[in-house]
Design a protein around this ligand. Structure first.
Ligand code: IPE
Ligand code: IPE
Ligand code: MG
Length: 242
């Protein structure tokens, strides 16, 4: 049952199965509002709640959110600490409702390299929601697309020394194993780059960039992106019959 209001011309029977979002622009939002960058990130988590709820309501199968990249460790210590704190706060306040809504959480990225509290909270969120059958919510934390592929190849070599590797051998060892590739990748904040997000999975994704900064992004913007996606012609290298 559709419970979300419709803001854009979207066909609910032709939704992207998997939507991925590069949540960018918190820093610029903070600057615009003359507040500390940490408040920009905190406000961004409000958007996160709205977009997860809206995706689940509208009937999207999988939602992947890029929250922290392997390169983001290069930011000032205070900012990294604020982001690490937000991970704890977000899961503490949301996990009950997400579980109740039948959301299955998967973390994309290397949890073992995170501080122990964050690592444990993320592991517990995955464990608790493992059997849920609703929205598949992937949150990319300490995630890098190149590291993901490299790890997959190394795992294969360990398990199959001397054997030739196939595309399937790689795909089934990625953090997204078993899930469809993203149909639509949205980037907020206006940049036109992937920034090491889903390097493998995005081979044929439709890409959508909006200047709206992540803390300002909302349900209507998500629907607009889906409407734009539905106007695209996907060809996957082939020809489209007219
Ligand atoms: C995205 O916002 C959030 C993270 C990368 C953690 P930014 O902090 O990159 O925002 P801008 O790009 O500086 O505006
Ligand atoms: C991409 O944003 C990473 C996340 C949204 C988590 P960045 O702000 O880190 O990307 P660049 O530095 O602009 O490429
Ligand atoms: Mg940025």
């Amino acid at each position: 049952v559709m419970t979300a209001p419709l803001y854009a011309e979207i066909d609910l029977n032709r939704l992207p199965r998997h939507v991925a979002i590069i949540m960018d622009g918190n820093g610029r939002w903070a600057k615009q509002h003359k507040v500390k960058v940490a408040l920009g990130h905190r406000t961004g988590t409000e958007t996160l709640r709205e977009i997860i709820r809206s995706s689940s309501d509208i009937g999207i199968e999988a939602l992947s959110l890029y929250a922290f990249s392997t390169e983001n460790w290069a930011r000032p210590t205070a900012e990294v600490e604020a982001l690490m704190q937000l991970i704890l706060d977000f899961f503490a306040s949301e996990i009950d409702e997400l579980d109740e809504k039948n959301v299955r959480i998967t973390i994309l990225g290397d949890k073992d390299a995170l501080p122990p509290r964050q690592r444990d909270v993320l592991r517990e969120a995955e464990r608790r929601t493992l059997e849920n059958t609703g929205l598949r919510l992937n949150i990319a934390i300490n995630y890098g697309g190149r590291a993901e592929i490299t790890n997959a190849v190394n795992a294969f070599i360990r398990e199959n020394p001397g054997k030739k590797i196939t595309e399937q051998d790689i795909a089934c060892r990625l953090y997204t194993a078993g899930q469809p590739d993203p149909d639509l990748i949205i980037r907020t904040g206006g940049e036109m780059r992937l920034s090491n997000f889903m390097m493998w999975q995005s081979a044929y994704s439709e890409y959508y960039s909006t200047p709206v900064l992540w803390p300002d992004f909302g349900e209507a913007d998500l629907q607009e992106a889906i409407a734009a996606y539905q106007l695209r012609t996907r060809k996957f290298g082939g020809t489209v019959k007219k």
